[in-house]
Design a protein around this ligand. Structure first.
Ligand code: ZN
Length: 242
């Protein structure tokens, strides 16, 4: 049996699939992974991305943060790829119960997924830090300098910056889904970022699949490992009713 046939068989036998994804899911939609070698490290800013995306940098250099954020983090023209689309179809067919993602681009929702746990927030939600009025990503994109609310407050993207904690409700929801899952597909992530990566340990089933170009800490417990491009793999998945 080929790896693709094994993957298909495991999907056929499952009815509460959870997908846990990272940057690699969106790179095929043209969104750069700032942790990869050809990602944002080869960029023109004065500070490394991880510093510019930290809470203390946001507080101290707010205008510079937004300059970087608009240029590198807001990819509003990106479209869902075959992986996003197939995951949405699997949910619609009653096979997949949730997507847990470390991405902030909203592409799962754009593809039609309903139950998405965004561990690191979303560029599509932005709140005034003073009056909590909500603004969309387009507003941030077209603003200049520090985006400012009508009340005078600064508008902050609802994304989890380095040094900031994850939303406890989102974590709890993701943990519940992973605990209940009968298949966990980990895709497009090297599982390097904690605490997000730690959530996969709540999976107690046997159908653990890792789809990633490089090795991950989950490989040794995986029933199946695939290193082909994730969009290509999901593009071949056929959806059969249980
Ligand atoms: Zn305001």
């Amino acid at each position: 049996m080929t790896k693709m046939e094994q993957f298909q068989q495991m999907i056929d036998e499952s009815s509460r699939i959870v997908f846990f994804g990272g940057a690699g899911v969106s790179t095929e939609s043209g969104i750069p992974d700032f942790r990869s070698v050809d990602g944002l490290y080869h960029q023109s800013f004065r500070y490394p991305p991880e510093e510019m995306l930290s809470h203390s940098f946001y507080v101290r250099h707010t205008a510079e943060f937004f300059d970087f954020y608009r240029k590198k983090m807001l990819c509003l023209d990106a479209q869902p790829n075959a992986a996003h689309r197939k995951l949405a179809e699997l949910e619609q067919a009653g096979k997949l119960s949730a997507v847990v993602t470390q991405n902030i681009d909203g592409l799962h929702q754009k593809a039609g997924s309903k139950r998405v746990y965004e561990l690191h927030g979303s560029v599509h939600r932005n709140y005034c830090q003073k009056c909590h009025k909500e603004y969309d990503a387009e507003f941030i994109l077209h603003s200049e300098g520090i985006p400012t609310c009508t009340c005078g407050g600064t508008i902050k993207p609802d994304v989890v910056l380095y040094e900031e904690g994850l939303d406890q409700d989102v974590i709890n929801g993701a943990v519940t889904e992973i605990r209940r899952a009968d298949m966990l597909i980990i895709g497009g992530t090297s599982l390097a970022v904690y605490p997000a990566a730690g959530l996969i340990h709540y999976f107690g089933g046997s159908r653990l699949v890792v789809i990633n170009r490089s090795s991950t800490p989950a490989d040794q417990s995986a029933a199946l490992m695939i290193s082909d491009p994730i969009g290509e793999i999901f593009g071949q998945v056929k959806i059969t009713k249980i």
